[in-house]
Design a protein around this ligand. Structure first.
Ligand code: FE
Length: 181
């Protein structure tokens, strides 16, 4: 199976599941994140990272009902590892860091926390809550820190019921190009 086939089969198998307490499916959520990245003129690798930022949810068998969660499922680590075997660091590193980016923004931007959805607040607790000052400093030293924060904001925006976006197949060429490098 090529990387493109692997990616598409994951979305086909699990993508229609609802996105953890939000009014969109996982696929719709990912398409909205990628579209937001394109709208901001993000580089190709970051568009693909936005599209695949939740691939960890599609690989792991995580309870669809967030209330069933007993621990943080670490989907960013699962997804980051999966992507690291298929793409360069400009794709997999922002994905690995997109949950720490949420904890980071909660620590440095009070208005950010105020905008989180109820489901996002619930997972924040499981993810360790807002970062400490030491964690903030360490996170800002990450090479892909800025990219991770951008992914995070697109992630948060991708929860709009009925938003029209490009389709998954429209990203086939982009995914193939980045996987081939
Ligand atoms: Fe997401």
């Amino acid at each position: 199976m090529t990387v493109v086939e692997e990616v598409f089969s994951l979305f086909e198998k699990r993508g229609s599941e609802s996105y953890f307490g939000e009014p969109v499916s996982v696929t719709e959520h990912c398409l909205q994140a990628a579209y937001a990245a394109q709208t901001e003129g993000a580089p190709a690798a970051l568009v693909v990272a936005a599209l695949l930022h939740d691939v960890g949810h599609l690989i792991d068998d995580i309870a669809a009902d967030i209330a069933e969660w007993t621990a943080d499922a670490k989907h960013e680590e699962v997804g980051g590892c999966w992507l690291a075997m298929r793409f360069g660091p400009d794709v997999h590193e922002p994905v690995r860091l997109h949950v720490p980016a949420k904890r980071y923004l909660c620590a440095v931007e009070p208005s950010y926390f105020a905008r989180l959805s109820p489901a996002s607040i619930r997972t924040l607790e499981l993810q360790g809550g807002p970062m400490s000052a030491a964690e903030v400093a360490a996170f800002e030293g990450e090479r892909y820190f800025a990219q991770a924060v951008r992914i995070r904001r697109w992630d948060d925006s991708g929860k709009i019921a009925g938003l029209v976006t490009p389709r998954l197949t429209d990203y086939r060429g982009l995914v193939a190009a980045l996987a081939a490098r």
